[in-house]
Design a protein around this ligand. Structure first.
Ligand SMILES: NC(=O)c1ccc[n+]([C@@H]2O[C@H](COP(=O)([O-])OP(=O)(O)OC[C@H]3O[C@@H](n4cnc5c(N)ncnc54)[C@H](OP(=O)(O)O)[C@@H]3O)[C@@H](O)[C@H]2O)c1
Ligand SMILES: [Zn+2]
Ligand SMILES: [Zn+2]
Length: 370
């Protein structure tokens, strides 16, 4: 069957002939790929800076943002049946019994670094017609989310991040809402850095939680991203027209920063204006660039005197996948047009070169295999 493969040794990205996978264990599920999202990680793998094939293979099948349909299940599978829609997670545990996070199904916190990741590190991904996955790594998707469920994986970045934030802020009476279940972020101000899919989905999650949300990103408004952000009720501010200091003045006490741009210079500038008791969440993975000067005395003084927390987060656990599917259900009810507009286009697998190596713009491009 067809698959988009990266061959690091030959520095090639091309269509490969990939064997149709078969169910071998009782808990295996065979899945037909419907949608695969493309993100910056895939594009970076195509420049050969990272990404490694499984042992014994010279190619790695790309793709880690997937929606699929169950076509066959192993004898021990009780949760899924053919026809069900599922989203698979990305990271698989390391083989070491002493790795406590992996032993507890929290491989997103793997302590050895010997985890694998589908479509990224030593395990084939989903940019192909069929794949087999164990049921424990799948999450059920209701059919009403068919059109948008390819956005689950990028939304899990925010879901894991905010789960960490709630745990951190348990240290103080942060939530002021009278109905904390409904609107836990009411009265709190969040700044999202970056208006890519990770940033916009994070902004939607924060809005749904009742935060006042400001998205600070590069392009001048109006543009498709700024319009979408304003349409969900958040405010878009361009770094070309407003400095970080002006942003801080406009927002007031910044309670939370959700960084989703991957540019350290802008991020550390914004860290300078994080508010009292604020949390700054880093999700971006910057490419190495020459060192820059940072006002460390100011940052350190703020972190101490304002009780701030700076936290990084990578990947996501099962709870984050479940939360992302639940929240997509909320988003599609509240902002159906804006959520759909996040998906710029669906393309045939034959367009992989243009999508992965070209300059195709938009927000989220998707390869559709159905
Ligand atoms: N931690 C994790 O598990 C995880 C998972 C997935 C992704 N990520 C990371 O999350 C980040 C965002 O991902 P994405 O897919 O949403 O990326 P993306 O589509 O590339 O979006 C990046 C956004 O940042 C803006 N931006 C870039 N440079 C800027 C600058 N100098 N000043 C202000 N804004 C700037 C861009 O503005 P324009 O709109 O003007 O282009 C764009 O809106 C990436 O760094 C990615 O590596 C992390
Ligand atoms: Zn991705
Ligand atoms: Zn581990």
């Amino acid at each position: 069957m067809r698959a988009v493969g990266v061959i690091p040794d030959k520095r090639e990205v091309r269509m490969v002939e990939h064997a149709v996978p078969q169910i071998t264990g009782p808990y295996d599920v065979k899945i037909r790929t419907l949608d695969v999202g493309i993100c910056g990680t895939d594009k970076e793998i195509c420049t050969f800076v990272y990404g490694s094939p499984p042992e014994g293979s010279d190619y790695l099948v790309l793709g880690h943002e997937s929606l699929g349909e169950v076509v066959e299940v192993g004898a021990g599978v009780s949760v899924y049946k053919p026809g069900d829609l599922v989203v698979p997670s990305v990271r698989r545990p390391c083989p070491h019994a002493h790795c406590r996070p992996c032993s507890a199904d929290l491989q997103d916190f793997c302590s050895t670094g010997d985890f694998t990741e589908r479509g990224i590190k030593m395990t084939h991904g989903y940019m192909t017609e069929f794949y087999v996955e164990m049921e424990k790594y799948l999450t059920f998707v209701p059919t009403e989310l068919r059109e948008v469920a390819v956005l689950v994986e990028p939304l899990t970045v925010a879901e894991k991040a905010f789960a960490q934030v709630w745990k951190i802020q348990d240290r103080l009476p942060w939530v002021v809402s009278e109905d904390p279940i409904k609107s836990p972020g009411a009265g709190l101000r969040a700044v999202v850095l970056g208006a890519g899919p990770v940033g916009i989905l994070g902004a939607m999650a924060l809005m749904a939680n009742g935060f006042e949300v400001y998205v600070y990103s590069r392009s001048e408004a109006p543009n498709i991203k700024s319009e979408l952000i304003e349409a969900i009720g958040a405010k878009y501010i361009s770094s070309k027209t407003e400095t970080v200091e002006q942003l801080a003045e406009r927002v007031g006490n910044i309670d939370l920063v959700y960084e989703a741009l991957g540019v350290s210079s802008v991020s550390f500038d914004v860290l300078k204006v994080l508010g009292t008791n604020g949390v700054f969440v880093f999700t971006g993975i910057p490419a190495p660039r020459p060192a820059i000067g940072v006002e460390t005395d100011l940052l350190m003084r703020n972190i101490v005197l304002k009780n701030q927390v700076v936290v990084g987060t990578v990947n996501a656990d099962r709870a984050a996948f479940q939360a992302a599917i639940r929240d997509l259900g909320t988003f599609i009810g509240r902002w159906p047009n804006e959520l759909r507009a996040l998906i710029t286009g669906r393309f045939s697998i034959n367009s992989y070169k243009e999508l992965l190596l070209g300059e195709r713009s938009g927000i989220k491009n998707v390869i559709a295999l159905d």
